[in-house]
Design a binder for this molecule. Structure first.
Ligand code: ADP
Ligand code: MG
Length: 340
């Protein structure tokens, strides 16, 4: 009756360079909840296993003690729940629900940005759980310091325990993830065919899983077993093949061409609007489409600080909600970039 996904266990989590620290921390927390690292703060790009790992802690604790009360929510669910409890005057039930658990998992906490009321409520939830040595695990796409308008007292509390990042899997890990997935789902696929998928899909694990599903579907459609040739064809129809890899440089070129500016200026320091906006858009797209770290993006833009990159990304994300023209430009650029 908990809200955990059955598939998100430690058992099903493949360990590699990009996630071994996070995995070790999560395992340790599940063995000594509330005492070792509290809170545990996992951060990194989309599709890299943050949700999976945090839920694995829940499964492990329930396996060790079936009476463990685990609560998993996304930060949006927490916010909605709170807003509704105010509307329905059920705040007491709301508090009971979150403040009397053994393990509280709050996913994608970056969406607490700007939400004053939610932060206030969450602060008290955090305090109560923490003071009772109950384990708290949080995930985010960035470090607490980089979440805009997050109250200082929350930032400092989020750093009390341990923060670990998860980065994109290397080729070896991608192969292991695919092999594990194929075996679990009884998909017959030889190693060489599997390697082709792993080497061509290099962004994140979710896309890797998507590509495998695509190959499997294609194999059924063609009534043909999965071999190297079939994988090539299936990936071609996914438009992944014969394209230059999606790099920050490629994004810079596309954005520069689109706005008719120089790549050199895009990486430079000029402050006029005609350059600044394309520069911010290019940084935003680099973050969205490549899974590169903020420092890496900053470096590719002439050695800018990671906070400058973050500021640019937030600025564009913010403007997107109110500027249909910008939104259209970004859409077109994304299509252009994906097409290469
Ligand atoms: P995030 O929360 O970081 O966006 P998820 O936890 O939702 O990412 O992971 C995306 C998908 O990839 C899920 O289906 C998850 O099970 C799978 N996945 C991610 N990392 C691994 C891994 N190391 N081993 C096995 N599966 C993984
Ligand atoms: Mg997630």
């Amino acid at each position: 009756q908990n809200s955990l996904n059955d598939k998100y266990t430690f058992d099903a989590f493949i360990i590699g360079k990009g996630n071994e620290m996070a995995n070790a921390a999560a395992q340790a927390v599940s063995e000594e909840p509330g005492t070792l690292y509290n809170p545990l703060f996992l951060y990194g790009g989309v599709g890299l296993g943050k949700t999976h790992l945090m839920q694995a802690i829940g499964h492990a604790m329930i396996a060790a003690n079936p009476n463990t009360n685990v609560m998993y929510v996304t930060s949006e669910e927490f916010t909605n729940d709170m807003v509704m409890s105010i509307r329905d005057k059920t705040q007491e039930q709301f508090r009971q629900k979150y403040r009397y658990v053994d393990l509280l998992l709050v996913d994608d906490i970056q969406f607490f940005a700007d939400k004053e009321g939610t932060q206030e409520e969450f602060f008290h939830t955090f305090e109560q759980l923490y003071n009772n040595s109950k384990q708290i695990v949080l995930t985010s796409d960035r470090l607490p310091n980089d979440i805009p308008k997050l109250q200082d007292r929350l930032v400092s509390r989020f750093k009390w325990g341990l923060s670990v990042d998860i980065t994109a899997p290397d080729l070896e890990t991608r192969i292991a993830i695919l092999r594990n997935k194929a075996d679990r789902e009884q998909i017959q696929i030889p190693d060489d065919a599997l390697s082709i998928i792993a080497s061509q899909v290099n962004s994140n694990v979710r896309e890797l899983e998507g590509a495998l599903a695509r190959v499997q579907a294609y194999s059924k459609l063609q009534h043909h077993e999965i071999d190297e040739d079939l994988v090539h064809k299936a990936l071609k129809s996914l438009n992944l093949e014969n394209k230059p890899t999606l790099t920050i440089e490629l994004i810079q070129q596309k954005v520069a061409a689109y706005f008719d500016v120089n790549v050199v200026d895009l990486k430079g320091k000029k402050r006029m609007k005609e350059i600044v906006v394309p520069r911010q858009i290019a940084m935003y797209l680099a973050r969205e489409l490549t899974n590169s770290s903020l420092p890496k993006i900053g470096k590719a833009f002439g050695g800018k600080d990671h906070t400058t990159v973050l500021h640019s990304c937030d600025k564009i994300a913010d403007a997107l909600t109110s500027d249909p023209k910008l939104s259209e430009n970004i859409q077109q650029l994304k299509i252009e970039i994906q097409r290469r």
